[in-house]
Design a protein around this ligand. Structure first.
Ligand code: 13P
Length: 247
């Protein structure tokens, strides 16, 4: 029996109400792929509408970020409880577009992960090196630091995912090679075992230019639990072949 993979579509800042039929098409066609747990991460404005449009389907919904506090005077922010209330079961945290575009430090990502757990959301915590860091031979050091500082101890008692998303692979069409992904996974696994015990089973995702043509090969890597997909999750035509890659 093949392993079940999480195939997660991160819509980023894309999607108006007119995009709801895309989510409905993905939900309908996902029924043919029982080996994939399909998740969609729409912008917060679409979350409640998508939850309503997909009611009764097996699609998991999630938020793209959350605040570290449960509520309060934080203009423009969205709390984990609000995401949960709107229909989310998961939340992406520490995405490179937050770390670099919004200068979010690892310690903040860790506080957000604690907030997600308090609200009952399953966090997907993203880590990844920039091209400069890789070319300077700093990849292992960067990933190790991001893991140490972005993963709070509370995760040892929770379900969560770590997504390896090299910054240079996001939106470039240039996915990491199998060897690069496997090297990062080995490092992540070793870290999780040190932190949470030798029997701890981490859920490891890969993100960065996952496309219809490379999804099956990436999802066949040993120990991979799934993929976090950006651009190719915006249409059913691109996303469904990736979902099928889990068959
Ligand atoms: P792309 O699939 O567009 O490279 O984006 C990946 C990503 O950022 C997923 O979170």
């Amino acid at each position: 029996m093949p392993q079940t993979h999480l195939i997660a579509g991160n819509w980023k800042m894309n999607g108006l109400k007119s995009a709801l039929p895309v989510a409905q098409a993905i939900a309908a066609r996902s029924r043919n792929h029982p080996n994939a747990r399909v998740a969609l991460f729409p912008p917060a404005t679409l979350l409640p509408l998508m939850a309503e449009a997909l009611a009764g389907s097996a699609i998991i919904l999630g938020g793209q970020d959350c605040h570290h506090a449960d509520s309060g005077a934080y203009t423009g922010d969205v709390s984990a409880a609000m995401l949960k209330d709107a229909g989310a079961q998961m939340v992406i945290l520490g995405h490179s577009e937050r770390r670099h575009g919004h200068l979010e430090p690892c310690a903040l990502v860790a506080r957000k992960a604690q907030a997600a757990l308090r609200a009952g959301l399953e966090p997907i915590i993203c880590i990844g090196e920039t091209l400069d860091q890789r070319q300077s031979g700093l990849t292992r050091q960067v990933l190790e630091r991001q893991l140490t500082d972005s993963l709070p101890d509370e995760l040892g008692r929770a379900a969560f995912h770590v997504s390896y998303e090299p910054v240079w692979a996001i939106g470039t069409g240039l996915a990491a090679t199998d060897a690069q992904i496997e090297e990062a996974f080995a490092l992540i696994r070793a870290h999780l075992h040190r932190r949470f015990g030798p029997d701890f089973v981490g859920h490891l995702l890969y993100g960065g230019s996952v496309k219809p043509h490379n999804a099956r090969q990436i999802l066949a890597l040993p120990g991979i639990s799934g993929a976090l997909v950006g651009g190719a999750s915006l249409t059913a035509e691109d996303f469904m072949p990736i979902v099928a890659g889990a068959d």
